[in-house]
Design a protein around this ligand. Structure first.
Ligand code: SF4
Ligand code: SF4
Length: 161
């Protein structure tokens, strides 16, 4: 026993310091980060989240707040996998912008702003990566106008034969 005590006396301490933490694997799923410029407010992330860690608050015609409650999250990654615009990503660290001022746990708030439609002026959330930032109604109008034009051009070509 004395030999064991003497041997342990000359061993380094076994308690790990924060700097001794093993490196995080690239696929580690931690706290969520949210890119408001890519979010369309479709609600898919909240729909697939079983513990209801994602919620929305709307300021009508102005903005939608995407709210993430880390205390409810099971870090399953389903919201990230199902987001159609890749607005959600996961990080190994808790974002510094998280706060608990709401009184219902530590949460991350990301504000998605409504923008006026360039055709009708209706406030809406634009689709990321689209050249024309029309609202859904004007996108429908533009698609049917394109079809009508293609149809009329086809008719003209047939008449000219
Ligand atoms: S984060 Fe993605 S899934 Fe969630 S509302 Fe925005 S676009 Fe939809
Ligand atoms: S990682 Fe899973 S539990 Fe956490 S917010 Fe996304 S869907 Fe919900």
């Amino acid at each position: 026993m004395l030999a064991t005590v003497l041997r342990n006396l000359f061993q380094p301490a076994r308690t790990r310091a924060p700097t001794d933490m093993p490196p995080m694997p690239a696929t580690f799923r931690g706290a969520l980060a949210h890119d408001a410029s890519r979010c369309t407010g479709c609600g898919t992330c909240a729909y697939v989240c079983a513990p209801k860690a994602i919620r929305f608050e709307e300021d009508p015609a102005k903005s939608i707040s995407w709210l993430f409650y880390i205390g409810r999250c099971s870090f399953c990654g389903l919201c990230q996998q199902n987001c159609p615009t890749q607005a959600i990503s996961t990080a190994a660290t808790v974002p510094a912008t998280m706060n608990s001022s709401a009184g219902d746990g530590l949460r991350l708030e990301s504000v998605v702003l409504f923008r006026p439609c360039p055709r009708c002026g209706k406030p809406h959330i634009p689709m990321p990566g689209m050249a024309t930032q029309y609202c859904p109604d004007c996108r429908q109008w533009a698609a049917s106008a394109g079809l009508r034009q293609a149809f009329l051009a086809g008719e003209g070509a047939t008449d000219g034969r």
